[in-house]
Design a protein around this ligand. Structure first.
Ligand code: PLP
Length: 404
C-alpha cells in the first residue's frame, strides 16, 4: 500500500488567519451596526498601475495573433525581463549579478518553499522568531525540522533566533552553527531591517561556517533609509553564500498577478557543485515558466513610467505606515517598524497577550490586526498592523485607537 509523506502530519494547524476570520465574523454578526476596519492583511489594495495594465493589454493582443503568439516561456524566464532586473536591481546597486543567475518564477512564496529541494535533509535550519511561516513549514514538510513541541511552539531541530525589543528586532548570530539561514529584510512581520554593516556580519559568518543564506527581499521597495541594503549582494562575498528571493507582489501590486524571481549566483557552490545548476535543473523540471503576459507586465514596472507609478503606490502605503506609527506613538504605544516596511509592530499594553489585545482592539476600536504570537513564540506580547489599507480607513482606525 502507498504511504504518505508523514512529515505533513507533524505540522501544527495553521489557525492564525482562520481564527482571525472566525472571530471577526462572529463579532460582525453580533454587532451589525459596527464598521470594522481591517489592518491585518498582508495583501495590497491599490489597483495595478496604468503602465502595467497597458502592458497586459498589449501582451494579450500579441497572444491573439499567429505572428506574435507565445507558447512555453524560456525555462529561466524571458531575457527582456531578466535583463531589466539585472540592470535595475543589481548593476545600479553595484552588485555584479548576471542574467543567467536570475530565475523568473510565479512569486517568492513558491521560491521560498521550493528552494529546499536543492539542499540535503540533514541541514540544520536557522530562522528568525517571529518569522514568515513558509520557511519553517516547507522545511517541516521535507523533514528537516524534527518534531513540533507544542508547549514551546517550536520544532526541536530548528535554531530559533529571537527578534524582540531586546535584540532591536534583529537576529543575533546563533550559538549553535546552522547550515541554512533564512533572513528577511525588510522584515515581515516586525517591519524591522538591518544596516549594510550588520548584514555584512551575516555574510562573513555564513562564509566562515559554510552556511547558505536564503535572503528574502520581498519588501525591498519599501526601504527609505540610506544605510539599509537593497540586496544582499551589496555585501562583500555574498555571491558565494547567498540566494536572494524577490517578488513583484508588494512593489507593484502583483499579489494576484503572480511574479517573482530568485537569484542564485554561479559563485555559490558546495563541494564543487554549482547551486545555480541545481536550481536550473529543479526549475526546468518542476516549473514551466511564468506567463508571457505577466512577464511583459513585470518588465513594464522597470520602465521610467512604471518606476514612477509603482513608487507612488509604495509612497501611498508608506504614508499609511507613518499615520499608524505616529498614531500609535501618540496613543502611548511602544512601536517599531513602518519606516522601511509596510508593517508596524507594537508591544501590547500592560500584560496583555497578543490574542487578548486582538480581542480588545476588535471590541473597543473595531480594528483588526494580527497577533504577533501567530508568527512564533517570540512574537507573544506583540501585534502587527499593516499599511495596506486605504488612507481613509487607516486614519479612522488611528482616531479610534487614540480615543479608547
Ligand atoms: N516573503 C515574505 C516575507 C512575504 O511576506 C510574502 C508575502 O506576504 C512573500 C514572500 C510572498 O510573496 P509572493 O506574493 O511573491 O509569493
Amino acid at each position: 500500500m502507498f504511504q504518505i509523506n508523514e512529515n505533513y502530519l507533524k505540522l501544527p494547524g495553521s489557525y492564525l488567519f482562520s481564527t482571525i476570520g472566525k472571530k471577526v465574523k462572529e463579532y460582525a454578526n453580533a454587532h451589525k451596526d459596527k464598521e470594522i476596519i481591517r489592518l491585518g492583511i498582508g495583501d495590497v489594495t491599490l489597483p495595478l498601475a496604468p503602465v502595467v495594465i497597458q502592458a497586459l493589454h498589449s501582451a494579450v493582443d500579441e497572444m491573439g495573433k499567429a505572428e506574435t503568439f507565445k507558447g512555453y516561456a524560456p525555462e529561466l524566464g524571458y531575457e527582456f525581463l531578466r535583463q531589466a532586473i539585472v540592470d535595475h536591481d543589481y548593476k545600479k546597486r553595484g552588485a555584479a549579478i548576471e542574467i543567467d543567475e536570475v530565475f523568473i518564477s510565479d512569486g517568492a512564496k513558491s521560491d521560498s518553499g521550493n528552494i529546499g529541494d536543492i539542499f540535503g535533509l540533514e541541514n540544520k535550519v536557522a530562522v528568525c522568531d517571529p518569522v514568515y511561516p513558509v520557511y519553517i513549514d516547507s522545511n517541516a514538510m521535507s523533514g528537516r525540522t524534527g518534531n513540533y513541541v507544542e508547549a514551546a511552539g517550536k520544532w526541536d531541530k530548528v535554531i530559533y533566533m529571537p527578534c524582540t525589543a531586546e535584540t532591536n528586532f534583529a537576529p543575533e548570530l546563533p550559538k549553535e552553527t546552522p547550515d541554512m539561514i533564512y533572513l528577511c529584510f525588510p522584515n515581515n512581520p516586525t517591519g524591522s531591517t538591518i544596516t549594510k554593516p550588520e548584514l555584512q556580519k551575516w555574510v562573513d559568518y555564513a562564509l566562515k561556517v559554510g552556511a547558505v543564506i536564503i535572503y528574502d527581499a520581498a519588501y525591498e521597495a519599501y526601504i527609505s533609509e540610506d544605510n539599509v541594503p537593497h540586496t544582499i549582494y551589496e555585501c562583500k562575498g555574498a555571491e558565494a553564500c547567498a540566494i536572494e528571493l524577490r517578488s513583484f507582489s508588494k512593489n507593484a501590486g502583483f499579489t494576484g498577478t503572480r511574479l517573482g524571481f530568485t537569484v542564485v549566483p554561479k559563485a555559490l557552490t558546495c563541494n564543487g557543485v554549482s547551486l545555480n545548476s541545481l536550481w536550473a535543473r529543479r526549475h526546468g523540471t518542476k516549473f514551466n515558466g511564468a506567463p508571457y503576459i505577466i512577464q511583459k507586465a513585470g518588465a513594464a514596472v522597470y520602465t521610467e513610467e512604471g518606476q514612477k507609478q509603482t513608487k507612488e503606490q509604495v509612497a501611498y502605503y508608506m504614508n499609511n505606515a507613518k499615520i499608524i506609527y505616529n498614531g500609535l506613538k501618540a496613543a502611548g504605544y511602544s512601536v517599531s517598524g513602518g519606516v522601511n516596511a509596510p508593517y508596524i509592530w507594537l508591544r501590547t499594553p500592560g500584560k496583555m497577550t497578543s490574542w487578548e489585545f486582538f480581542d480588545f482592539l476588535l471590541e473597543k476600536a473595531n480594528v483588526v490586526g494580527t497577533p504577533g504570537s501567530g508568527f512564533g513564540p517570540s512574537g507573544e506580547g506583540y501585534f502587527r498592523l499593516t499599511a495596506f489599507g486605504s488612507y481613509e480607513n487607516t486614519k479612522k482606525a488611528m482616531e479610534r485607537i487614540q480615543s479608547i
